[in-house]
Write a protein that binds this ligand. Structure first.
Ligand SMILES: [Zn+2]
Ligand SMILES: [Zn+2]
Length: 353
């Protein structure tokens, strides 16, 4: 089998050839039909995250070992499976849940494998989808996608699930109050779509790029604000006349945190998802005095991905704009992502020309 692997941090992915694995036990081998390119792949192939104050979090400290086949948004077609794999057939086209844990710890047993302390995530800790084949440890991680195509389904495994997992944290507030969405890349734009699909009160969309704000308005946002405007904070606070109670930050930079937390009314919630990096400098007394909640959200659970795909398959979420490139062009897709020129999402396909 062929894959594009990280051989050294900070270098382009390199084409590699491996023995195609034989599925054993409950394992399932799929032929990759589409793999979404995610912004976190840039951090991973670069070797780390900026923690602010000159500190970095090395991905090697999070259990990443090289060489690595990245690609955690994968849809594929079942080729073969081990003798203990139940309920799966050759030819099934499925989305892969990538946020695998150890399977036995309390977090995994609660159904939140994505929060496991010994993660075994596809495309991060074990080989992912920038390849023509992928091995999945158990059929329960495979989710039906029809009538979506593999290209349309792939981004739901991270981009879609990350947006969904963050919005679910708002509970019933989503339906009764506007939510500010900061950062309208693939994930933020998906969140705007989901606010509508979940019958939310409405999304206030913020980005520095006008074309991204227009895309959010087209996706149903009730208002769009230039996050770089000098009065962005007062515009955001004014966009919710009864007081802004929910902000989801898909950038996660010191600037966006200042904007998001600053615009919140008393009792408001700031949920940070983006891994842009940096440090939060905020006077602690303001958290109790303003009764603020500051919460993080990291991807989502298998149950949430199943729920999200049921919603997507019912046609309640318009199919996200997906650009398709051949797998061999993955390094140039990374360059486009670095330059911020992609609207929506890109997927790579091993069989595309
Ligand atoms: Zn991702
Ligand atoms: Zn676990």
């Amino acid at each position: 089998m062929k894959s594009f692997d990280v051989i050294a941090f900070g270098e382009p992915l390199r084409e590699c050839h491996h023995e195609t694995p034989e599925p054993k036990g409950s394992e399932v081998l799929l032929k990759v039909r589409a793999a979404g390119v995610c912004h976190s792949d840039l951090h991973m192939s670069g070797g780390g995250y900026d923690l602010g104050g000159g500190k970095t979090l090395k991905v090697t400290d999070r259990g990443v070992k090289l060489p690595l086949t990245m690609g955690h948004e994968v849809a594929g077609e079942v080729v073969s499976f081990g003798p203990e794999a139940q309920g799966v057939n050759a030819g099934d086209v499925r989305l892969v849940f990538p946020w695998l844990g150890c399977g036995v710890c309390p977090a995994c047993k609660r159904g939140t494998e994505n929060l496991c302390r010994a993660p075994n995530c596809i495309g991060i800790h074990r080989p992912g989808g920038y390849a023509d084949h992928i091995l999945v440890p158990h059929p329960r991680y495979l989710i039906e996608i029809a009538p979506l195509t593999p290209e349309q389904a792939a981004p739901f495994a991270c981009s879609g699930l990350t947006a969904f997992g963050a919005l679910k944290k708002l509970g019933p507030l989503l339906q009764t109050a506007p939510v500010a969405i900061i950062g309208l890349g693939g994930v933020g734009l998906m969140a705007v779509h989901l606010v509508k699909a979940l019958d939310g009160f409405g999304a206030i969309a913020l980005d520095i790029a006008e074309d991204k704000r227009n895309a959010a308005l087209a996706a149903g946002a009730i208002r769009a604000i230039d996050a770089g405007a000098p009065d962005a904070l007062s515009q955001l606070a004014a966009a919710a006349p009864e007081g802004l109670l929910a902000v989801i930050d898909f950038v996660g930079s010191p600037k966006t945190a200042e904007l998001g937390i600053g615009a919140l009314a008393r009792g408001g919630r700031y949920i940070v998802v983006g891994l842009y990096g940096g440090e939060l400098n905020f006077p602690l007394p303001f958290i109790p005095m303003r009764a603020l909640t500051i919460q993080g959200s990291y991807t989502g659970s298998l149950g949430e991905l199943q729920e999200l795909m049921t919603l997507a398959r019912s046609g309640r979420i318009p199919h996200p704009e997906v650009g398709v490139e051949p797998l061999s062009a993955v390094n140039s897709v990374f360059d486009q992502l670095r330059e911020g020129t992609i609207i929506g999402r890109k997927v790579v396909r091993p069989d595309a020309i």
